[in-house]
Design a protein around this ligand. Structure first.
Ligand code: NAD
Ligand code: GLY
Length: 362
């Protein structure tokens, strides 16, 4: 097992990465005064992993209960949040109990939001079970639920007390979900670490079936990068925005196609390709670098082309509803070279011209 640290002064916490991790020992270390835990999971993940976790936690003396939510992004709602609140109240949880998020990004985001608001804040632990959650959503303290008018529109910054990424759980993850997670993995190479990009590119044919050693390195490197970025800019006043490469275009694509048509990582893959084509057009990426990025995305079974029929106006109207709009202008994350990027406020006229000429297909 390897342990990293997210350095946030009194809110610092460890990230454990390994196989068959003894969660109870780590949770006891991070939460020495807690005796009662509620595991929040969903109807798909709980049957796979809850019983073993419960046994492990009970053998260490914890009292353990389960709150199993419905599975899916469409249930990242105030109703699911209220289900957790009701469950906590029915079990008589006080402020010295804690929540455990056992699942992907949906469960993690809802649980974090519930933890940050129940009785003005109780502790929580992230046990991510998807690749995306291991490399991204479980680290950094963004919590959220969706509103009918926008994704992740209600939420808080609230850090977990520890993150436990047990790679064993990836064995049951559907391949399409592995691909979606790999989109976020590739993102770290493009925005922050050219060498890591090369590492991924050299292994592109086997990433979908990566062995535990490779996965362990990948999850570790992504968490290191995320921890470095979050430690410098916890609440996204600046640097942290680079983690959104491809997301502004991606969210517009998800909304255009209807949420659920593309997985989040798939839409982000198309969005990253668009941002990289923009960077290439500005002379920031070479022909070869752009081709390598596209080959890597494709090797991971990710889409790269803008949806047929989606116009520049279809992008712009949706991107204006994104959280990344400042003074009426959309802020984009654009590579400045492979392994570095910047945020750019671009006018709608400029973006419309670029999208119409280089991206949108009728
Ligand atoms: P998800 O949580 O919906 O999980 C994907 C699917 O895989 C679900 O059906 C889930 O039940 C299933 N699953 C999870 N683990 C499994 C396992 N081990 N075996 C079998 N099935 C398993 O999706 P996700 O990709 O993990 O997360 C996406 C969510 O994360 C979005 O809501 C997004 O907004 C959020 N997110 C948050 C942050 C953040 O910083 N907080 C960052 C990125 C994404
Ligand atoms: N996933 C983007 C962030 O955590 O900031």
């Amino acid at each position: 097992m390897q342990t990293l640290h997210v350095d946030l002064k009194e809110r610092s916490y460890p990230i454990a990465i390994g196989s068959k991790i003894d969660c109870a020992t780590l949770i006891k270390q991070s939460l020495p005064k807690v005796h009662e835990l509620m595991v929040v999971s969903n109807e798909t993940i709980a049957p796979l992993y809850f019983e073993a976790l419960k046994e492990n936690l009970e053998s260490a003396g914890f009292k353990v209960s389960l709150c199993a939510l419905k599975d899916g992004e469409q249930y990242k709602t105030v109703e699911s949040y209220m289900q957790v609140m009701t469950s906590l109240l029915e079990h008589g949880f006080s402020r010295d109990g804690a929540l455990i998020a056992l699942g992907g990004g949906v469960v993690g985001d809802i649980t974090g939001f519930a933890a940050s608001t129940y009785q003005r804040g109780i502790s929580f632990v992230q046990i991510p079970t998807t690749l995306l959650a291991m490399v991204d959503s479980s680290v950094g303290g963004k919590t959220a639920i969706n509103h009918a008018l926008g994704k992740n529109m209600i939420g808080t910054f609230y850090q977990p007390k520890c993150v436990i990424a047990d790679l064993e759980s990836l064995k049951t993850l559907p391949t399409r979900e592995v691909s979606a997670g790999l989109a976020e993995v590739i993102k770290y190479g493009i925005i922050y670490d050219h060498e890591f990009f090369n590492y991924l590119y050299e292994r592109k044919e086997s990433l979908l079936n990566a062995d535990v050693e490779t996965l362990s390195y990948i999850v570790k490197r992504c968490c290191e990068i995320k921890a470095e970025v979050v430690a410098q800019d916890e609440k996204e006043h600046g640097l942290r925005a680079i983690l959104n490469l491809g997301h502004t275009f991606g969210h517009a694509i998800e909304a255009y196609l209807g949420f659920g048509t593309y997985l989040h990582g798939e839409a982000v893959a198309v969005g990253m390709n668009i941002a990289c084509i923009y960077a290439h057009a500005q002379g920031k990426l070479t022909d070869l670098q752009l081709v390598c990025i596209q080959e890597l995305l494709k090797a991971c079974n990710l889409p790269i082309d803008s949806p047929k029929g989606m116009s520049a106006q279809d992008y712009l109207s949706r991107m204006h509803h994104d959280k990344k709009v400042r003074e009426g202008k959309i802020v984009y994350v654009i590579p400045t070279k492979l392994g570095r990027c910047e945020t750019l406020k671009l006018s709608d006229e400029e973006m419309s011209l670029f999208l119409s000429s280089k991206i949108c297909k009728s």
